[in-house]
Design a protein around this ligand. Structure first.
Ligand SMILES: Nc1ncnc2c1ncn2[C@@H]1O[C@H](COP(=O)(O)OP(=O)(O)OP(=O)(O)O)[C@@H](O)[C@H]1O
Length: 509
């Protein structure tokens, strides 16, 4: 391929890099982020570079594009090379059932607080989750704040007792997994990343290009900051695409001390879609505005046969799968359907009065309790599409549909949650019906659009190249914030959501 002629913005990034200052590059959707980093790296082949990718697939694709002077890795890959390989024999293997983990940690009693019953197996699961949250943080020691809130037990009184009970077992679990000679638990990638971070590592490189810096794990952020003393840092990402706060990720771009530049010329889509994206960008609190590419006109219109339908929640995605199957289309689900299958089985067990061990639903004794939680508790609102679907169609229909899902290569349409669609693009996209408008306020006025929801909407609509059907987001046309100049009200307080819930984890790529 002939070399690209850099845009003025791309050239400005190269110039800032060669000046030696740390650089923060806000790259809007489709603006040729990797091409720009290639230009940056090619501008000085005398120095050793390190590109840190968000996941392995991106790392592998990047390795073919960067000059050989640039090493490509994920954060976990860096940690693996230094300390992770000592734990090689402790990865994989058979799944350890919850009762076994409880036994290994010495947990034999259940905990009852204000009528909520935590079986010893659930406490073991929470202890393991606590260790993971600690590993993702920059903290040196385990602390009650690492104990995740549990669905149905969000009240501070319950949580305080739960955290005090779980913490000693979490400490025991951490002592085991950080020891290469430990014998109790399986070691996961975040465990050795933490072990590495706690050694205050020095990375031998002249500069670091950190990708997707708007969603950086605080443990990696800590390591990155240590390198500032000897390496030039380039942060690349898009603050408006930060969608992993629930997992503890941080946008480290906005307040980073360096030269701040933007890439605003999108090569993915045309001016009409850029205008639609620019309606959402202020709602994400980003000052970036996109310019569409005239050579790729994108039509905003009804799309009967989209290549992808992007949904807000797993429940909404499942409803869309059923809808597409009814229309006779072969359907794939990004990431597969196993998460939905286990939720459907859990719903079935609750309906049949058997209780469930599902990490999201184990505290509920009946399906009625789940319905009540989804309808009446703000923390449970994201479960509502799922609950309504199960009530309308029954779990059998859901399980049958999951069994009929095919692979993306052969399907007519891919259904995806927005989290799994991150970084991807399709020719024709429709937005799922579960991107509902915010609830009206106490005076009956349309509710405020929270920045986190606006970021999800922005990520979803900017996946399209040629056609976009805004479907479930059409309410923005009537909403006062759809026209930012006409909305004088101050921001509302965010609705509380459980931290890092397993439900959200089901949505990750
Ligand atoms: N200066 C340019 N002129 C013409 N096309 C460009 C230019 N820069 C990038 N592109 C094109 O834009 C497209 C996307 O670029 P690239 O692969 O670098 O993006 P990316 O890293 O996948 O991320 P994103 O598209 O989200 O920014 C590619 O087809 C690339 O050739």
């Amino acid at each position: 391929m002939p070399p690209l002629t850099p845009t003025d913005e791309q050239q400005a990034a190269v110039t800032a890099f060669t000046s030696g200052s740390d650089l923060v590059l806000q790259a809007g959707a489709g603006t040729g982020k990797t091409s720009t980093l290639e230009l940056v790296a090619a501008s000085d082949l005398s120095r050793r570079g390190l590109y840190i990718a968000f996941n392995r697939a991106i790392k592998e694709a990047a390795a073919h594009r960067f000059p050989t002077r640039v090493k490509c890795s994920t954060g976990h890959g860096l940690a693996y090379g230094v300390v992770g390989n000592r734990y090689r024999h402790r990865f994989g293997g058979a799944r350890v059932p919850a009762w076994k983990t409880a036994e290994l940690l010495g947990l034999s009693q259940k905990l009852t607080v204000n009528g909520r019953v935590f079986e010893h197996t659930s406490l073991a699961y929470i202890a393991k989750q606590t260790v993971l949250r600690f590993c993702q943080s920059a903290d040196k020691d385990l602390d009650p704040k690492h104990v995740p809130l549990q669905r149905g037990a969000e009240s501070p009184d319950i949580h305080r007792v739960l955290a005090a009970t779980v913490l000693p077992y979490a400490q025991r679990a951490w002592n085991d997994v950080k020891d290469p000679a430990g014998t109790k638990l399986k070691v996961e990638h975040d465990h050795y990343l933490k072990v590495w971070q706690l050694t205050d590592p020095q990375i031998p490189t002249d500069y670091i290009l950190l990708d997707e810096a708007q969603d950086t794990n605080p443990a990696l952020e800590y390591v990155l900051k240590l390198q500032r003393a000897h390496a030039q840092i380039v942060l690349v990402g898009d603050s408006a695409q930060q969608i992993y706060t629930w997992r503890g990720a941080r946008d480290i771009m906005s307040d980073y001390d360096g030269t701040h530049l933007t890439l605003t010329q999108s090569f993915r889509f045309g001016p009409d879609l850029a205008s639609e994206a620019n309606r959402w960008l202020p709602l994400t609190r980003s000052s970036l505005r996109l310019t569409g590419h005239p050579a790729t006109p994108t039509r905003l219109e009804e799309v009967k046969n989209p290549d992808a339908v992007l949904c807000r929640t797993n429940g909404g995605a499942m409803a869309e799968v059923l809808h597409q199957m009814e229309a006779g289309r072969r359907v794939a689900m990004a990431g597969g359907g196993s998460a939905l299958r286990s939720l459907a089985v859990a719903a079935q067990d609750l309906k049949n009065g058997r209780g469930t061990r599902h990490p999201e639903l184990y505290l509920f004794r009946s399906w009625g309790e789940v319905q009540d939680y989804a309808e009446n508790d703000p923390a449970g609102a994201d479960l509502l599409p799922w609950v309504e679907l199960v009530d309308e169609l029954g779990t059998e229909a859901v399980l049958t549909a999951v069994d009929q899902l095919g692979s993306e290569d052969t399907a007519d349409v891919t259904v995806s949650t927005v989290h799994k669609a991150k970084g991807r693009e399709w020719s024709a996209v429709r937005i799922g019906e579960d991107f509902t408008a915010p609830e009206e306020d106490e005076l009956g006025r349309p509710g405020r659009i929270m920045p986190g929801e606006a970021r999800l909407a922005y990520v979803a609509i900017t996946r399209a190249r040629h056609q976009l059907d805004i479907g479930g987001l059409a309410w923005i046309n009537e909403h006062p914030q759809g026209d930012p100049a006409a909305d004088p009200r101050p921001p509302a307080l965010p609705t509380p959501r459980p931290q890092a819930s397993a439900w959200d984890r089901l949505s990750q790529p």
